[in-house]
Design a protein. Sequence first.
Length: 541
Amino acid sequence: MSEKWKQAIVYQIYPRSFCDSDGDGVGDIPGILSKLDHLAELGINTIWLSPVYASPNDDNGYDISDYKAIHPDFGTMEDFDRLLAEAKGRGIDIIMDLVINHTSDEHEWFRRALAGEEKYRSYYVIKKGKNGGVPNNWGNFFADCPWAPFGDAANDEWYLHLFSKKQPDLNWENPEVYDEIKEILRFWLDKGVAGFRCDVINVIHKNSYADGKKQLALTGIEHYHSTEGCHDILRRLRREVLDDYNAWTVGETVMVDLQQAKELCSPERRELDMVFAFEHMECDQIYVKWFKTKFHPIRLMRCLTKWQTGLDWNSVYFENHDQPRSVSRFGNDGRYRVQSAKMLAGLLLSLRGTVYIYQGQEIGMTNGDFASLNEIMDIESHNVDKMAKGLGILNPWRWRLIRKTSRDNARTPMQWSAAPGAGFTAGKPWLQINRNHARINAEADRADPDGIFAFYQKLIALKKQSDILQKGSFTQLHAKGKLYAFAREYNGRKLIAVCSFAGRTLPLPKGLCGKLLLSSYTGTADAAAPLQPWEFRLLEC
Ligand code: TEU
């Protein structure tokens, strides 16, 4: 069995915000085609394509109304086939986003369920209300109630939606649902996609619909998180579908701990190839992700070390379409933006595991510069505002919290150039383009041999040809204050990565020595010199 996913260097495209070819303000597949060279030059070998399926876009495509159709905003199926072929021509595979916890309420299955067809009613979770209220006390991922009236409210029937109202959960107890999804996988695999990123995959199967133990958020999660039923579905999909195509999967596994992650991607159990864990994304939050606290690098270092040493193979990522920008969050998006973005790149590519880069990360894009909630489109942010209002939190505080955490921070259009529309669109963008595009854009960064893009290029090239970076073990050497260092070792050869989170020079701790292989500062010539602000250094021993 080949393990090609271990060599994958993945670039995530959020299609709405990547490149708009026709001026309607929404990115599209022809736009992606026009930027394939940018990706090939960066050196990545896999694209994770966020949803491009037919969808009413209540949650930007994560609410699918037809799994086998391309949304007209994005183009046609011919465009998609061309993308697959042209990417392949450049040595780039595509993995699709597989969203199977829920469909859109505008999916034919849900519409037929509403029309009273028994067969389709049993595709979803529809329950009678209890004591004049909803069927249970569960919470919802988008700060809402997870039950909405199914059809006529007078019937007192409710459907479950762990996400938005327009994302009814599928009933995975129903074998017909499994068969339908199997066909969907085959449809895309037959076209030649390399695998899937599986959306919230560890919550798809529910054990029971009883009340849950009261919690601040997500009451009821014990009834559906990492259930035996979910493990079983994953094993069957592997044996019955994925194996036929030698396809690979990465599961988005919310709230997963080390033990659960080990089970989900154990080579013996054959469920997922790897998971996206979230602990390091939670190192700057208090209890729920909407409450951020000051970022302490040491907490990130501890988390990274814990997962690097605890799990054989990680998905390493600092960004995606649900998270604020890493340079604004873990780096410094002011004076040291370029330096800190390069350091984070060095850290990311030196860790053990499959690397995921989110669009715009390669040029150090920062959080959106929204002035008020009116400029934010993300449904989650609007729900959080409602919830916080309900709790009596005043507007300036609500806005502070949303501004920091909104998923739209990462969803602002890709900044290709300084032109109006940022080279993203000739029309009115669906989401406000960051004003800093005049300064921060791919054209400007790529023109700089010392820029962020160029550093990613170097690191990716190095990662691809280095056994040590690909297969080597991980050992933490130093994690104190603002300095993180670790060793990667393979066949008696060793590399040391040194990462400074400090905005001033730091002495290099004793013991971190070797020949200088790479530094994020071109001026660094001496491996033992003090570290420049936010410097990344790779030493060869
Ligand atoms: O995300 C799951 C989700 O709810 C995330 O916000 C997650 O809770 C968070 O990142 C943890 O900190 C997936 C998709 O990535 C997201 O865009 C969708 O909205 C959601 O599923 C529903 O499909």
